[in-house]
Design a protein around this ligand. Structure first.
Ligand SMILES: Cc1ncc(COP(=O)(O)O)c(C=O)c1O
Length: 399
């Protein structure tokens, strides 16, 4: 007989039932296996990441507890950086975060009760969906058109469902790659003002801009009365393992957000904030970003050429003008289902099936998201040939 104490029955909060996401978990676990060609994650290219001024790591003063809002130098540098993008804010409106994902968590805690309607783009960022649903949101989706959301559908949802907030990724949307036009930005801001809807604007890809020739003014900057939370990240242009991002918000929201930060983790790590503040103020910054964009442009073009060779008869897509992903819509008769994913995984190739980015019931099996920043051109060639063969083998109508 075992003398081990019996395990007490685990009693977890009801929201934990909503934490399951086996599909995404399986894919990301497979993506890190040696030899796997991964088109799945959003990993930036390690060889293009700028060198960070890491002298701050050696400063023992920075290993002491710090302020919940963030280091003054970081908040000032971020306010200036966001201002250059078109959103004028004061350093007091900046909160340092452990990645912009933490901002999504805070926005959800701040706004969502059981059943709260939250409006998103359809499709949308998978981890935002998970966070909003974890806190009990009813997620509504306005479909995305080529240069922004479908404005008629957006207005109908705002008018009839009165969502408490809307979550948008106007620069190189994840997963669809859409970059809102200047007109779409103005039209969305006017609608949010009309219906007094709080905007959560998420911009991790703003600086991975490859060939956009119109102003990308943040929608938050165009609002006159609706409240807003603006999220930014250094994960795609510096190092994601630093876990550094920020939010800026309407002044009325700041005290609540700072308390949420205190309750979550007291404050963001200080040496990284100082390293990023130095980089933001450095003479190297613009050259670093130009080199990064040039490298991404070459990878994007290599992926486009490989897709033309292997996917022309299978799918339609627009080459992304920024961000890290291609978003493919499969032609009639083809699907990117779980069976296709399993077959691709067996061949050592991963991708993100479209269904992960939609709320249940949408037409996600016709889409797939492919990351272009991680694989080498040779891996792209091999991986896309294998993936195309898997999709053909699982066609609803054999091709
Ligand atoms: C749209 C979007 N928001 C937020 C994040 C999270 O970024 P971070 O690493 O800053 O937490 C990502 C990461 O891929 C993303 O694509």
């Amino acid at each position: 007989m075992s003398c081990e104490p019996a395990l007490p029955a685990l009693r977890l909060a009801r929201r934990c039932d909503r934490l399951t996401s086996s599909l995404v978990r399986d894919i990301l676990a497979a993506a890190v296996q040696p030899g796997t060609i991964s088109f799945a994650g959003g990993l930036p290219a390690a060889d293009l990441m700028p060198a960070l001024p890491l002298a701050t790591l050696a400063d023992p003063a920075l290993w002491q507890y710090g302020s919940s809002e963030g280091e003054p130098a970081y908040r000032e540098a971020v306010a200036a950086w966001v201002g250059q993008g078109g959103l004028t804010i004061s350093p007091q409106q900046v909160l340092a975060l452990a990645g912009s994902q933490q901002g999504l968590d805070f926005a959800a805690k701040l706004l969502i009760d059981e059943g709260t309607p939250i409006l998103c783009e359809g499709p949308t960022y998978v981890a935002a969906l998970q966070t909003f649903q974890l806190f009990g949101a009813e997620v509504l989706c306005a479909p995305l058109a080529a240069d922004g959301p479908d404005l008629a559908a957006l207005e109908t949802l705002l008018a009839t469902r009165r969502p408490r907030a809307i979550y948008l990724i106007p620069c190189f949307q994840n997963p669809a790659g859409t970059c809102y036009s200047a007109e779409a930005r103005r039209a969305v801001a006017a609608l949010l003002d009309r219906y007094d809807t709080l905007l959560i604007e998420d911009e991790p890809y703003r600086h991975v801009s490859l060939d956009v020739d119109h102003p990308m003014t943040p929608v938050c900057a165009l609002l006159r009365r609706a409240p807003w939370i603006y999220l930014g990240s250094f994960s795609k242009i510096l190092w994601p393992g630093l876990r550094l991002g920020f939010l800026a918000a309407h002044p009325a929201l700041m005290p609540h957000l700072v308390r949420l930060k205190q309750a979550a983790d007291l404050h963001t790590q200080r040496p990284g904030q100082m390293a990023v503040a130095h980089w933001l103020a450095s003479a190297e910054r613009e050259a670093d970003l130009a080199r990064l964009r040039e490298g991404y442009r070459a990878r994007r073009d290599a992926m486009q050429a490989a897709l033309e060779r292997h996917f022309a008869t299978l799918a339609e897509w627009q080459p992304p003008r920024g961000g890290l992903f291609f978003w493919l819509r499969l032609r009639e008769g083809f699907e990117a289902t779980r069976a296709v994913l399993d077959a691709a995984l067996a061949q050592g190739v991963t991708f993100m099936p479209g269904e992960a980015f939609f709320v249940e019931g949408a037409d996600g099996h016709r889409f797939l998201r492919l990351n272009y920043s991680h694989a080498t051109p040779a891996q792209m060639e091999r991986g896309l040939a294998l993936l195309a063969a898997c999709i053909r083998a699982h066609a609803a109508v054999p091709a």
